[in-house]
Design a protein. Structure first.
Length: 253
């Protein structure tokens, strides 16, 4: 079992990923995207997350489940893959909780915002995914998730992929992005860190900037949950999944 996550924002080679995955039947594909509808804020824990008010949540949901997920499923089907698109709401697939509050800064003042619909996935309906596998389908999954009260939550797609990998007892989690992997110098693709020992993962956070921090957090959660290997790699070249599985990227194990 393989879980692959690809970003849906500009700069990612989504079609490279789909062409590479289409002949396979042993994977779950998770995607994010629509960064343009999210405003960044900092939570009380200090981890950067997306602030999502109700109006933004509606746009986010339409963009991911209505547009991007449908486009990915359509493309996979055109390549011969029996793909089925799901949001985390379908069948209670991604169950979680909303953040109680996020902290943001407005003209130098720290404000506590309580209308946030971002959150964290705490439970994956693995039986629903397995049902699709048993019927011969390929699941294509995106946020949002849902709370037990039926509230939509904008969960981070990298961490969603990690939770799915744990729930499905995946051997490998592949996180595909628009850079070669974790870089010592963010502006220098040749500064790739090829291997990160699991027990030193926190120390390598110093080299992570922006979205890469969330990928390392997701990697740690996946490994802690029993996933044997996480690879962070580029989606911009042909056969990105195969290349990642061959270790072309940052391998955390």
């Amino acid at each position: 079992m393989l879980v692959v996550k690809v970003g849906g924002a500009e700069g990612n080679g989504i079609d490279n990923v789909l062409v590479d995955l289409a002949p396979r039947r042993d994977y779950v594909l998770v995607h994010g995207g629509s960064n343009e509808v999210d405003r960044l804020a900092e939570s009380p824990s200090g981890v950067v997350s997306r602030y999502t008010d109700l109006a933004t949540m509606e746009v986010f949901t339409m963009a991911l489940t209505g547009k991007l997920n449908t486009a990915i499923v359509s493309r996979l089907q055109s390549l011969g893959a029996p793909a089925v698109g799901l949001s985390g709401v379908d069948g209670g697939l991604l169950l979680g909780r909303r953040k109680e509050a996020v902290r943001t800064v407005d003209h130098g003042r720290v404000l506590l915002v309580k209308d946030d619909h971002s959150g964290t996935v705490e439970q994956v309906n693995a039986s629903l995914i397995q049902l699709l596998f048993d019927a011969g389908y390929v699941p294509v999954i995106s946020p949002p998730g849902v709370t037990p009260r039926g509230e939509l939550i904008n969960a981070d797609a990298d961490r969603v992929a990690a939770q799915i990998a744990v729930a499905m007892k995946a051997e490998t989690l592949v996180l595909l992005t628009n850079v070669p992997g974790l870089l010592r110098e963010p502006s220098d693709p040749s500064s790739l860190i090829a291997e990160v020992p699991r027990d030193r993962l926190s120390a390598f956070q110093d080299f992570a900037y922006g979205r890469m921090k969330k990928k390392l957090i997701a990697a740690g959660e996946a490994l802690q949950g029993g996933v044997k290997r996480v690879v962070i790699a580029s989606s911009l070249q042909p056969d990105p999944v195969e290349r990642a599985l061959e270790g072309m990227g940052t391998v955390i194990a």
